[in-house]
Write a protein that binds this ligand. Structure first.
Ligand code: PLP
Length: 434
């Protein structure tokens, strides 16, 4: 096992004889104990398969298009491409990456409402027909550089605007104007896209508005002679089956009413976090420790009523794989690697990155057993965080990523069409037993 990380390409460990993901993490921690105790990432390809099976069983009528920006690890792209997903690319680099994995251009949508000229030209050259558009300036760029494009108009939703505090998309009011402008420029419009983020509180209301607005745009487009046949209901799927079912029950009756199968409209969605969040875990090492006195405002903390808090410093922080913290996402408390005894109770703790910068606080407050310098913490659900650290697209030093899959899930994946063939030169499977 030792030394594998030094080889070029991607190594996928096939877990045999009941070996688990935890065994792999334990093994890597032991290995790291002898060297630099660097943080590392473990990717579980079986999780991608499980999420795919869940998607197909709950929302079989929604064709999944994966937004590459959520996690552009080549292994993820390869597996999702083999499972037949389409891809949402925000720029030319993402388009090239996906094309390299053999994805047909008709399964790619170039998103982003303000695109660089070079990216539009690149799409035209590579036969990427489907582009997202929301305003006239964009429309005129596209008509010049990619006149045969097929546009999906990005419709604004309240929930999206509330989350980003930016006005994405066009409103229903400006819709006729935009469609007429497209008509005049001779650009085809084929559908509508919108996004309702997972932070949205009232799914029913949000989808009701968005889908009835989308229906109006379809009708207006058809009036003008466009062949409207793609409806994209965006992302906003957390990854839990429960939440997916909630979205499904909000959306299905609306689709039946506004876009029934007989209408011939293809309905697609953009599950990003849904596929990748749970597939990656991050192990970090505790490199420093302090005990401070704290005066908590709240009435009762329920534990070890002393006013002390442990501050732990880890070897990675918000300027690394926890960068999504800077975007306002909170990071769930980690689990403590098993060699720590939990019998002595838990204490208020906060977790910090190594920069000693005020912003570099990864977890504000959680309850942990007392840790020592050198202990390991394991953060799960890290598939969307710190994506630039995972990808081969950035120049920054990367954390090692160890990919695993259990033997039975690997068989299941192969049955579903995953072969890793096209990229076999970059991937190799090795056996791992506990
Ligand atoms: C980021 C992004 C998504 C992903 O949304 P999730 O809610 O994380 O699945 C979907 N679509 C586009 C265009 C995005 O940029």
């Amino acid at each position: 096992m030792k030394g594998l990380a030094d080889k070029p390409g991607y190594i996928i460990e096939l877990l045999e004889g009941g070996a688990t993901l935890e065994d792999v993490i334990d093994g890597r921690i032991c290995e790291q104990a002898l060297v630099e105790k660097s943080a590392f990432v473990v990717g579980d390809l079986g999780a991608l398969m499980r999420q795919h099976v869940c998607w197909q069983s709950v929302v079989p009528q929604l064709q999944p298009y994966y937004p590459v920006k959520c996690n552009s690890s080549p292994v993820v792209i390869e597996v999702l491409a083999s499972l037949g997903l389409g891809f949402i690319c925000a720029n030319k680099t993402e388009v090239s990456l996906v094309l390299e994995h053999g994805v047909p251009p008709e399964n790619i949508i170039l998103s982003g409402v303000c695109k660089q000229l070079a990216h539009i030209k690149h799409a035209a050259k590579n036969n990427i027909q489907h582009l997202v558009c929301e305003n006239e300036a964009e429309l005129s760029k596209i008509s010049r550089l990619h006149p045969s494009a097929k546009l999906l108009l990005q419709l604004t939703t309240k929930a999206h605007a509330a989350e980003t505090s930016m006005a994405f998309g066009f409103s229903l009011k400006s819709c006729r104007h935009l469609l007429e402008a497209a008509k005049e420029l001779g650009v085809q419009v084929v559908g509508v896209t919108f996004h309702i983020p997972s932070s949205c509180q009232d799914l029913q209301q949000a989808y009701t508005h968005a889908l009835s607005d989308a229906r109006c745009v379809f009708d207006m487009g058809m009036d003008l002679g466009f062949n409207m046949n793609i409806l994209d209901i965006g992302g906003g799927f957390t990854g839990s089956e429960f939440q997916l079912k909630q979205v499904e029950s909000a959306v299905r009756p609306l689709l039946d009413a506004y876009f029934p199968p007989l209408s011939g409209v293809h309905v697609l969605a953009q599950p990003g976090s849904f596929y990748v969040a749970s597939a990656f875990s991050l192990a970090v090492n505790v490199i420093g420790k302090k005990m401070v006195a704290r005066h908590w405002d709240s009435i009762t903390q329920g534990v070890n009523s002393e006013d002390t808090e442990f501050l732990y410093y880890m070897n990675e922080g918000v300027y690394g794989p926890f960068s999504c913290k800077l975007l306002g996402n909170s990071i769930a408390a980690p689990s403590v690697h098993k060699h720590v005894r939990c019998a002595d109770g838990v204490y208020p703790s906060s977790l910090w990155g190594p920069s000693l910068d005020q912003l570099d606080q990864v977890v504000e407050r959680c309850l942990l057993p007392e840790l020592s310098v050198g202990d390991w913490l394991c953060f799960s659900n890290m598939g969307v965080c710190g994506l630039e650290e995972f990808t081969c697209l950035s120049g920054s030093p990367q954390l090692p990523v160890y990919y695993t899959v259990s033997t039975c899930e690997w068989y299941e994946m192969q049955e579903a069409g995953v072969a890793l063939d096209s990229a076999m030169k970059n991937f190799s499977m090795v056996q791992y037993s506990a």
